[in-house]
Ligand binder design. Structure first.
Ligand code: SF4
Length: 217
């Protein structure tokens, strides 16, 4: 496992590589971000952005989503995986926002997590990106990168990864690190074919060294 000074090296490298890493889901307000993050489960941000380009022109408020028949919303997002469930959740969460929050998106993670279809990861992303709350949302990239680099253990659950990262990374760096880890996992330390041979972290990455050794045989 990496020690504190090695983790500092990781954070500095991520900052050097991706100084402007940010949420890639296009949105203009917290409600659009919430809908986009719900849609993004098991789906690429690029596809979500393609769909929300038109979706957000048609649906601007929670009322707009509950006012149309479910089937119409399903048609509008049908190119996205799990669109049937996602349509139901978006309508349910819209109704909850109308009933309990005057149509506004709450900023606390606890309240966000009570909304239909909103898990811990979604709540973390929305509270961090839309409201500037410190949070580390653990998606597939953050989990993979944390484990490959030895910041967390391979057997750790997603929740354990989140808690370990929160313990080992200064709070003021949580949100920026979360975005940088996503970029690092998406564009460099990819699930298939990570770019170990040109990785600035190879020296302290056991997984990368293992892969390089295997490739040289
Ligand atoms: S050395 Fe390879 S496995 Fe390790 S962080 Fe870099 S790209 Fe990922």
């Amino acid at each position: 496992m990496l020690n504190r000074s090695q983790i500092k090296i990781v954070l500095d490298s991520l900052e050097n590589m991706f100084p402007h890493a940010d949420c890639e889901l296009e949105h203009e307000n917290p409600f659009e971000l919430l809908v986009a993050v719900v849609l993004s489960a098991q789906c690429t941000d690029a596809l979500v952005n393609k769909v929300t380009k038109d979706l957000f022109k048609k649906y601007k408020t929670p009322e707009d989503y509950v006012d149309v028949p479910l089937e119409e919303l399903q048609q509008d997002i049908r190119s996205i995986g799990l669109y049937r469930n996602k349509s139901k959740n978006i309508r349910k969460l819209s109704q909850m926002l109308i009933d309990e929050y005057d149509g506004e998106v709450p900023s606390s993670k606890e309240e966000l997590e009570k909304l239909a279809g909103v898990g811990r990861k979604t709540a973390n992303v929305v509270s961090a990106v839309a409201f500037g709350e410190p949070a580390i949302a653990v998606d597939t990239h953050v989990e993979r990168v944390s484990k490959r680099l030895g910041i967390c253990r391979w057997k750790d659950s997603v929740l354990e990864v989140e808690k370990t990262l929160m313990r080992k990374i200064p709070k003021e760096e949580w949100s920026a690190t979360h975005h940088r880890m996503i970029f690092f996992g998406r564009y460099h330390c990819k699930a298939q074919n990570p770019q170990c041979e040109v990785c600035p972290l190879l020296e302290l990455c056991r997984e990368g060294q293992k892969r390089m050794k295997k490739a040289s045989k």
